[in-house]
Ligand binder design. Structure first.
Ligand SMILES: Nc1ncnc2c1ncn2[C@@H]1O[C@H](COP(=O)(O)OP(=O)(O)OP(=O)(O)O)[C@@H](O)[C@H]1O
Length: 443
């Protein structure tokens, strides 16, 4: 236990988010760790899932360690529901094992000598639960994460994805009120990461419902896709401080920090999923499937000829760079969303999307070709836009624009191409992106 309340917690700006309808946060954290230059204040609403992003050394792991009780701040307070877990002013410092905090650390290892089931039983057992009940709890959580058939296996017989499922079951089986996941998909290859992400999405959703909001979760990630699919809110840390905090969409649309701006260097269009079958048949009709029929197994994005204005007046995208969503070349299925302006945006997805479900389409500015007028017979997503800004961005030009419904879009091209196209703020233009460059996620 530590009591050095002489160091005041101060200088924490008020941020949006983190409170329920009545305005009460469920988890609140205020902590200063002087040695690490860390001074963070953050609140989570009941049942809320927050993605914490930030550059290396920003303090993300420190934040989780403070909540879990592994790092003792010089000053601060951590409260979960009506339980004070830490208060340096009063000397309260609840031991790790009694915090009801489940931490899945980056280096979480399963006990090698125990089976998967015994690993998962470990938490309930160490909380005093009987053998049979612990075994039942382990069975339930292994089933929940899709690893029921792995119960008897030793960790060395598990693949990376299987081991991560078991580790997640182990973190959940102890019944944590606060779940902390440090890069949960970090070590998994893209296809396995997508499966584990889908599983986590379901588990987090069910958990919030099952606990009646008496829970919260923080996911540290470098991956925008995790924030998009798993979190209600993004908190960006940099240099030990919160530099941005808000709903996922707000942070990406109007970032308030260089890191978030960089993070947001992507186009994100919100809407509602169109039935996948309709999307597929409409795609076939409109020719979206004409991208080499590349729906089932996503092709490598084609390299677009760099920096040339085509005869039809289009400036090629800067290069055929990929959508920053990092699911790589994993197989995807056709998906489409309909935006508020009734535009249909077609792409591919690794997720199951029910028709009408909120969804977002994500694509890189570099995948966008800019035209003066709409190309004929294009099998692509076409956005008539008005250019709002043309900005230099290193050796490239970023064209910012807004479609009829005010959806902000960006294209990136070479300076030569931009000069030849002669585009300027206020101009009408047409942004075109191939469906094969668009990733669709649950929103
Ligand atoms: N055990 C430690 N002792 C002292 N300083 C530490 C320790 N661990 C981390 N730090 C420092 O604290 C700061 C925050 O580190 P932290 O690991 O929390 O960042 P992070 O955002 O999790 O980074 P990454 O994305 O690389 O994991 C850094 O300046 C780091 O050097």
């Amino acid at each position: 236990m530590r009591n050095d309340g002489s160091v005041g917690v101060s200088g924490f700006g008020e941020r949006d988010g983190g409170a329920d309808a009545a305005g009460a946060p469920w988890l609140s954290v205020e902590a200063t760790v002087i040695e690490r230059g860390f001074a963070v204040s953050m609140r989570l609403a009941p049942g809320e899932v927050v993605a914490v992003l930030g550059p290396n050394g920003a303090g993300k792991s420190t934040l989780l360690s403070v909540i879990a009780g592994l790092v003792h701040p010089d000053s601060g307070r951590v409260r979960a529901g009506d339980r004070v877990l830490l208060d340096t002013a009063t000397g309260t410092d609840v031991p790790v094992a009694r915090r009801k905090v489940g931490l899945l650390a980056q280096d979480s290892l399963l006990f090698g000598s125990l089976s998967a089931a015994e690993n998962v039983e470990f938490g309930p057992r160490s909380q005093g639960m009987g053998r049979q009940e612990s075994a039942e709890t382990a069975r339930r959580w292994l089933a929940e994460v899709g690893a029921a058939d792995l119960a008897a296996r030793k960790p060395r017989k598990l693949s990376g994805g299987q081991a991560q499922r078991v580790a997640i079951a182990r973190a959940l089986a102890a019944g944590p009120e606060v779940l902390l996941l440090d890069e949960p998909m970090g070590s998994l290859d893209v296809a396995v990461a997508a499966q584990v992400r889908s599983m986590l999405r379901r588990v987090l959703h069910d958990r919030a419902a099952a606990t009646g909001g008496r829970s919260a979760a923080i996911i540290v990630t470098h991956d925008l896709v995790d924030a998009l699919t798993l979190a209600d809110r993004i908190v960006v840390l940099d240099n030990g401080s919160v530099v941005d905090d808000g709903p996922v969409e707000r942070v990406l649309r109007s970032p308030r920090s260089p890191f978030a701006a960089d993070l947001a260097g992507t186009n994100m269009v919100s809407g509602h999923a169109v039935d996948a079958v309709d999307a597929a048949s409409e795609s076939a009709g409109t020719g979206a499937a004409g991208h080499g029929g590349g729906w089932i197994r996503r092709r490598r994005p084609e390299r677009v000829r760099t920096g040339r204005v085509r005869p039809d007046g289009a400036a090629a995208a800067r290069q055929g760079s990929r959508t920053p969503a990092v699911e790589g070349d994993a197989p995807s299925t056709p998906a489409a969303i309909r935006t508020v302006s009734e535009a249909q945006v077609e792409g591919g997805t690794l997720h199951r999307l029910a028709a009408g479900e909120p969804a977002v389409a994500v694509f890189s500015p570099r995948a966008v070709a800019v035209y003066r007028t709409a190309p004929h017979g294009s099998p692509r997503n076409v956005f008539p836009v008005r250019v709002t800004a043309v900005e230099a961005r290193g050796d490239a030009i970023r064209v910012r624009a807004s479609d009829g419904a005010g959806i902000p879009l960006m294209a990136e091209m070479t300076t030569t191409a931009a000069r030849e196209l002669g585009i300027a703020a206020g101009d009408e233009a047409v942004f075109v992106v191939k469906a094969s460059e668009v990733r669709v996620y649950p929103g």
